[in-house]
Structure formats: C-alpha cells, structure tokens
Design a protein around this ligand. Structure first.
Ligand SMILES: Nc1nc2c(c(=O)[nH]1)N[C@H]1C(S)=C(S)[C@@H](COP(=O)(O)O)O[C@H]1N2
Ligand SMILES: [Mo]
Length: 364
C-alpha cells in the first residue's frame, strides 16, 4: 500500500474527531467529512451503516457457501479464500441515505450529514473467481449476496420474523465485485463485515454486503426486503409505477471545508476543499460557485483518477472585499455529460440525495 499511497493527495494530517455517532445499536456512525484530509479514509474514521446488530462470527466454523443455479455447490473457509489469487482495489462506498439531513421536509431514517461516504483500499478475492469454481448455470440472471446478520427491519411492510441482510447484483455487475477480507492493509474490522464482505464498485453501499456467508445464483430477479421495500424507489414502467432497487451511485461533489457557518476573513485567500465521485462513469470536473450559483469556475482535481474511488479537489478562493453571508456550491460532472442537478428529484424518497447543496459561510 505504501508506494501508491505516498503519491495520493492529502490536505494534511487527519483531525481529532474519529466518528460522529448516529445510533449505538445497531451501530451507525459517520465519517466527520469536515475533517477530510486524505484520499484513503483511515479505517477508524470510515462510516458504519448497519441495520442489525453486528453478528458474532466463529472463524473456526465459518464458511462461505456458493449455491443455487450452479453446477457444483462449493464452500470455502477463510484460509482457503486467502490461498486464491488476491486483488487490491481502492473503492469509495457511499450510503444511499448520505446527506439525508438536508432533505426538507425532514425525512425518516438515520440523519446522515455529509459523512456517510468514505474511501478505502480493499484486499480480497474477486467474486468471478469463486463463481467460476462453482460453475454458474446459463439460467442464472443474478447473484444474491447474503450476510450473517439478522433482525426485524424498522420500516413497514415488515416481513414475518427475522430476516438476514441480503442484496443481489446482475451477472453483468460481477466483474466489479471484490470479496474483501482486508481493509487498508489490516484484517477487516468487525463493524465493516469481518471476516468477509462484498465491495461493489460504483454502486451505493447497500450492495456491499457485510459478514458475507452465502452466495446464491438465482434464475429470477431477487425481490428481498432490502431490494424492494427498502433501498428501492418507484419508477415509471409503461405508465405504471414499479419498485426498482437503488443501484449506481450518482455523480456528486461535496465541500469538506469551509464548514457550514464558518467565519472567513474578507479579502484573503481561502482554500475550499472536498471530494467528488461518480458511479460507473468517470468524473470529469468539479465546479465551484462562490456567488450562490450565478457563476461556476473549475476546481483543481488532485491525484490520479482511480475508477470507483473518489477524487479530492481544491479551489483557491479570493474572498470578497465586503463582509456578509456567502453561499458556496460545488457541482460535479462526469464523462458522459451528467451534471449534478440544482433541485432535488423527489422520486428517490429518502435516498439518492445528489442535488447541489448550498453551503452558507460568513465573510467578516
Ligand atoms: N450484512 C450487511 N451488509 C450491509 C449492511 C447491513 O446492514 N448488513 N448495510 C449496507 C449499507 S446500507 C451500507 S451503506 C454499507 C456500509 O458499509 P460500512 O458499514 O462498511 O461503511 O454496508 C452495506 N452492507
Ligand atoms: Mo446504506
């Protein structure tokens, strides 16, 4: 990790706040985004999003099984997985509920500020490696990833009894899935899914199933709770609304500093910094407005572009001569031409919050 990391951008040493706790049980805590300092989020700052209590996994008996529409159901112990060819990828995860705090009227769910997003270096075995060993049958259309955690969901309609956390991906998405047993060069921490989790590059975090225990090749699209009731939205289909699962992350930029309400010296240079990312397309630019959206100027993208990882950026702001409130905006564009919208798209409900957010500061 060392060689590559030294070339990665940094805004200085990490700040003192490690996590902002949102809920103790199940554990939900966010990265203090205003302290964004490095390309790689330290593991103890990486946001945690869990729906059920962290399961205790006994490594002696733990096995990952691959079943369903396969020619040869197989299972692997952690040691067996570690003997397979390993890959390391830098991947940003963003919870689909990130920035929910900014929705008006107030939306139900964990009140995430800007820190339900983080970027880590993950090491493990690629999903296709395991699927090849099991031999996925031609009838299979999706791969279901199931965790060992279970409980009763918060939102109605509630399924009868306890359910396990599970999400599916279409076969076309398999190449972007890494099954990670290491995070930032260390064994995966319990809160992030030890001993093994999926890391699905380009998709919102809900697809990156933690505490992975079972993989099922399915011949029909999976309609589980976290696929249809939660982490789904209504989309028009031939004039009828249908529930579709949330998948790809949106192109988005966030300002880390200044913080909302920060007092900034007039007639000075201020370095506005932040991060930007997109889903499966490449980020092309970040633009900043320091006049409430009347004009936008390009920010400087830092470091190399890494597919499925965020990009840090900075913007040198010559602050106004006269004091007063100022509204800042950061807006991202991707290589396909998608630009962050200024207005919220209500179809996504309490998720997929990617419109440009105003950042109010005070020039004194
Ligand atoms: N087994 C399991 N996997 C899960 C979840 C969960 O509750 N249980 N939460 C999902 C959601 S909604 C997100 S955003 C990511 C968060 O991963 P992190 O806690 O490592 O940041 O994990 C996903 N994987
Ligand atoms: Mo999430």
């Amino acid at each position: 990790m060392a060689d590559q990391t030294t070339k990665l951008p940094s805004f200085g040493p990490p700040g003192p706040v490690r996590q902002i706790l949102r809920q103790r049980e199940p554990l939900n805590s966010e990265f203090p985004f205003a302290e964004l300092s490095q390309f790689i989020t330290p593991s103890d700052q990486f946001y945690v999003r869990s729906h059920f209590p962290t399961p205790s996994v006994d490594l002696k008996s733990w096995r990952l099984s691959i079943e369903g529409a396969v020619r040869k159901p197989v299972s692997f112990s952690l040691d067996e997985l570690k003997q397979l060819p390993a890959q390391t990828r830098m991947v940003t995860l963003e919870c689909a509920g990130n920035a929910r705090m900014y929705l008006m009227p107030k939306a139900a769910g964990v009140q995430w500020d800007l820190g339900a997003v983080s970027n880590a270096e993950w090491t493990g075995v690629i999903l296709s490696e395991l699927l090849d060993r099991a031999g996925v049958r031609a009838e299979a259309v999706e791969i279901i990833l199931e965790g060992a955690d279970e409980g009763t969901p918060d939102e109605p309609p509630k399924p009868p009894g306890k359910i396990r956390y599970a999400r599916s991906i279409p076969l076309s998405k398999v190449p972007d899935v890494l099954l990670a047993y290491e995070m930032n060069g260390e064994p995966l921490p319990a809160s992030h899914g030890a001993p093994l989790r999926a890391v699905v590059g380009g998709w919102f975090g809900m697809a990156s199933v933690k505490w992975l225990s079972r993989i099922v090749a399915a011949t029909q699209p999976f309609l589980g709770y976290f696929q249809t009731t939660d982490y789904a939205y209504w989309q028009d289909d031939a004039g009828q609304p249908v529930r579709v699962p949330i998948t790809e992350m949106k192109t988005k930029a966030q300002i880390a500093r200044p913080a909302p309400g920060e007092i900034i010296a007039r007639n000075s240079h201020y370095r506005i910094v932040g991060a930007a990312w997109s889903g499966d397309s490449d980020l092309s630019k970040v633009e900043i407005s320091t006049d409430a959206g009347a004009h936008f100027t390009e920010a400087k993208l830092l470091g190399p572009a890494v597919r499925h990882a965020w990009r840090l950026w900075e913007f040198d702001w010559q602050t106004p001569i006269s004091p007063g409130p100022v509204t800042l905006f950061a807006r991202a564009r991707d290589a396909k031409g998608a630009t962050q919208p200024m207005a919220r798209d209500p179809k996504y409900g309490t998720y997929v919050i990617f419109h440009v957010l105003p950042m109010e500061v005070i020039v004194e």
